[in-house]
Design a protein. Sequence first.
Length: 339
Amino acid sequence: MEIFHDEVWQMSIGERAAMEGVLCQVKPELAIEIGTAEGASLRRIAAHAREVHSFDLVAPSLELPDNVTLHPGDSHVKLPVLLAELAAEGRNVDFVLVDGDHSAAGVRQDLEDLLDSDAISRTYIIIHDINNAEVRRGVDAVRYRSWRKVCYVELDCVPGYMFKEERLKYELWGGLGLVVVDASRPAYRTTEVLQQRYFPAAPLFAELRDISIARKEDRAARRSGEMEALRKRVAELEQCLTEAEGRANRERAAREHLEHQGRRLRLRAVVEGDADRRGHQDSANFATHSAAISQTAPLTSRPRPAMVFSSAWVMKPTPMPLAMEKVKGIASVVITAGT
Ligand SMILES: C[S@@+](CC[C@H](N)C(=O)[O-])C[C@H]1O[C@@H](n2cnc3c(N)ncnc32)[C@H](O)[C@@H]1O
């Protein structure tokens, strides 16, 4: 079915169904559309009307039935001309879809041109996109009560929508407004023609849109605040980590230093203990050796160089440094020469 599956019809399913319902009831003899676009809504109007006139600045892409007359050009110029012709012929337009110029001034002018014409006497006018702020400004600016023939106006007859898809996110479009014209309306009927039962939906949508955007911004601000707090926490933790690494490095260096010192002290203790042992042993050797010398030489005589070297040699440290090796060589020579 066309109303569910048409890809180029620029209306929601609900709007299509509502328009189809009005057309089914009205069964227009003569209809007008302002804003042909591809021709999708025009095809549906033409399916219910005997004769349709459609205005647009651009040509439609869809194939259209024979009961359609296209009026290429600006509706603000062409529409009053056609309406004047129809009025002159005493004809009445039964159905109008206003969906052309979406500027506030443009939509207002289209509506006022229609209401000014005698060809609009018993007419159902549907206005598309009344949920859009600009279009709404235009339809709200029309003084409907100035035309006695206007008997009922319900601007949010089918409420519009707020887009969720990313490309149009939070934009307000759609919705059908209804203006019922009946020139036979008695002049004494002075009741309010504007629908009074419900809050107008478009301003509610505008408030909801503002709240949604504010919430989104608030969420974004909160998220960015949370991100900032997280970044700060990460920086603090990194700082703690750097300090902990510094402490660990210093402690490792101190431990290594202590271990090194310990090794040195242990080595010194070993070396000194060895030297002590050797020292004791060397003193004993020296005493024994001196005693042996004193036994072989008179007490008054001084020990000969060979003996001194001999005693010194007995006290040599082990292992023997290179210098002592040399002394050993010299001593051997002297001892040999002295004996
Ligand atoms: C939203 S589209 C119409 C959609 C169509 N009724 C549908 O439901 O598929 C609006 C159309 O109005 C036409 N338009 C805008 N300003 C116009 C003007 N001053 N006179 C005539 N047509 C105009 C645009 O070219 C555009 O094709």
